[in-house]
Design a protein around this ligand. Structure first.
Ligand SMILES: CC(C)(COP(=O)(O)OP(=O)(O)OC[C@H]1O[C@@H](n2cnc3c(N)ncnc32)[C@H](O)[C@@H]1OP(=O)(O)O)[C@@H](O)C(=O)NCCC(=O)NCCS
Length: 352
């Protein structure tokens, strides 16, 4: 089965306008979340220099908007953004839209029916017999189950599949608050669309060998994303990093053991930068070197935590900043509500 592993032949992201983290604080959140020193420091300690916002709160305050108004805006913003990333990714892979057999759309920040999966497939010219899967409201790790669905499709049908992760958390700014917890959740998240194209064969790419996940149900209350009348509201416990720290070693070792590999066989790590503390604890528990997560930190600094799109952005950046020998193994890790840790094993094939 490993030899037939589908290949990721392009990874492409598109972003709404960029906004500096410090400008977001000075221009909106200081007033919105209480101008206390602790709040300012929490907002500044994310490791994020800039983020992306389809709706920039400095220009347009949606914190009082109904969920209906936010969902309507989601459709308006998501279509051009998704189209840009999809068109670029398909072109780079050399896959005509009408040859796509399966389209997986991942998002936890907006819903409609007919959804963006139907509208984007129509606009791009994907075929009428397209298989579709929408993975909704799952969270930051959802790209990996999305890739797994595409992988299973390509393995059995030997036709191309496309995964789109599109997140617009800027639509879910919550009403004014003076809670430090609200400062943290408003300090991290950012908008993006990222696409992975998978093909059964190609001269080169990233073979998607395996995808696994583990859920620690005892921590189900540590990360929540609740649909309210005023958008979606997040809670994030301080204990998230400690739960991930406890579970990551056995999860990674189990994933590698399924393929007779050990941590020393892994050439590069692509870790979802949920926040700087998350990267610190993962590096510590996996005994990684100081440079091993620099690409994850760079993605966090330049783009923020773009929820499900982020792990695809880290893989994309890894491919752009490093060259790998054929056969090199990469492990991708992402985390989300559950708490769930998801992991993927990838192998560099051909030229990279
Ligand atoms: C939030 C974060 C950026 C703050 O970074 P930091 O300031 O460098 O470092 P610390 O972790 O020491 O936290 C500083 C303060 O913020 C508080 N804090 C940390 N996480 C918090 C959270 N989720 N909610 C509320 N407060 C939080 C800490 O308790 C601490 O407050 P104290 O000084 O009064 O004790 C960092 O803790 C982080 O990356 N957390 C993980 C974020 C996460 O879970 N992301 C989603 C995973 S997919």
């Amino acid at each position: 089965v490993v030899d037939a592993a589908p290949l990721i032949t392009s990874l492409v992201s598109a972003f709404p306008p960029i906004v500096r983290q410090s400008d977001l604080w000075d221009g909106f959140f200081a007033r919105h979340l209480g101008e206390r020193r602790a709040a300012r420091m929490a907002f500044a300690s994310t490791g994020i220099n800039s983020r992306h916002a389809a709706v920039n709160p400095i220009d347009e305050d949606v914190s009082g908007w109904t969920t209906a108004a936010r969902m309507e805006r989601y459709g308006i913003e998501a279509i051009p953004l998704g189209k840009e990333a999809l068109a670029d990714a398909l072109a780079r892979s050399g896959v005509p839209a009408d040859e796509v057999g399966c389209f997986v759309v991942v998002s936890c920040t907006g819903y409609a029916t007919p959804g963006i999966d139907i509208l984007l497939a129509r606009d791009l010219g994907m075929p009428a017999d397209l298989k579709r899967m929408v993975i909704g409201h799952v969270g930051c790790h959802a790209a990996l189950p999305g890739l797994d669905v595409a992988r299973q499709f390509v393995l059995t049908e030997r036709r191309p599949a496309v995964v789109l992760c599109l997140e617009l958390p800027s639509l879910h700014v919550q009403p004014p608050s003076d809670s430090l917890d609200d400062v943290v959740v408003h300090s991290l998240f950012s908008d993006a669309a990222s696409v992975a194209v998978l093909q059964p064969t190609a001269p080169g790419g990233l073979a998607l060998v395996d995808v696994v996940s583990v859920t620690d149900v005892s921590s189900e209350s540590y990360m929540t994303w609740t649909i309210t009348d005023l958008g979606f509201k997040m809670t994030l416990s301080r204990r998230v990093p400690e739960v991930l720290a406890g579970a990551v070693g056995p999860m990674v070792d189990g994933l590698l053991a399924r393929h007779n590999l050990a941590r020393s066989d892994v050439e590069a790590w692509a870790v979802h930068p949920g926040g700087p503390r998350v990267l610190d604890v993962i590096a510590d528990r996996l005994d990684l070197g100081p440079g091993d997560l620099c690409v994850s930190r760079e993605v966090l600094a330049a783009h923020g935590n773009c929820s499900s799109a982020t792990i695809l952005m880290v893989l994309e950046a890894l491919g752009e900043t490093r060259s790998f020998r054929p056969g090199a193994h990469i492990v991708a890790l992402a985390f989300g509500p559950g708490l769930i840790l998801a992991g993927a094993l990838l192998r560099v094939e051909g030229e990279s």
